[in-house]
Design a binder for this molecule. Sequence first.
Ligand SMILES: O=C(O)CCC(=O)C(=O)O
Length: 205
Amino acid sequence: MPREMLERARQECNSWLIDYDARKIGGGKIRGRYRKGLLPITRMFDELFVDPLLLETMEDAFAPHGFCFGGCSIKAVVPGEDARPMHLDDIIFSEPRPTSPCMINVLVALDDFSEETGATHIVPGSHQWERPVEQDIDYISAEMKAGSALLLHGAVWHQNGSNKTSDEERRALSFAYRTRQVHWDSSREVIDELPTKLKDIYCSG
Ligand SMILES: O=C(O)CCC(=O)C(=O)O
């Protein structure tokens, strides 16, 4: 993410985030923060969604069926928040899934991702496995500096790590591209407001 966009995002995203019950380390609930459906709220990231290198990568990953843009959200992992269960994102599409990946999630770090702050855990090679997701399994941590991006194949097993710090939030912008083979509902009003290049790749069913 360009530095200027990163600075603005870090400042402005706090006013977008809303509270929800997240899992607390050791059990119970903690006040988590997230926001789904950012497209109606800001035009700040439109340029990023149509970044030529990203689009080229998606062309390759989703060939020959083509792809579309599937929306954007922000999620914070707050101090004391536990890891989410290990999962894969393609599971939201019903079986049999027409292709793999059905989606690719791009996670841009708005704060540094470290093992302490809850960097994403990834199980290498799991996108090729057909067995159910296991929780107790070796993983690698996607530690990265703010502004860096992680591309998650829809079938790869992953989870956010737990945030073991007392005062360092780990926020991430997350946006997805999906195969055109899967139907997706979207709101016409939002689509009409998008810049042409983004509108062209927005999932319209
Ligand atoms: O926030 C993270 O590190 C992982 C995000 C995640 O699990 C997801 O988008 O499905």
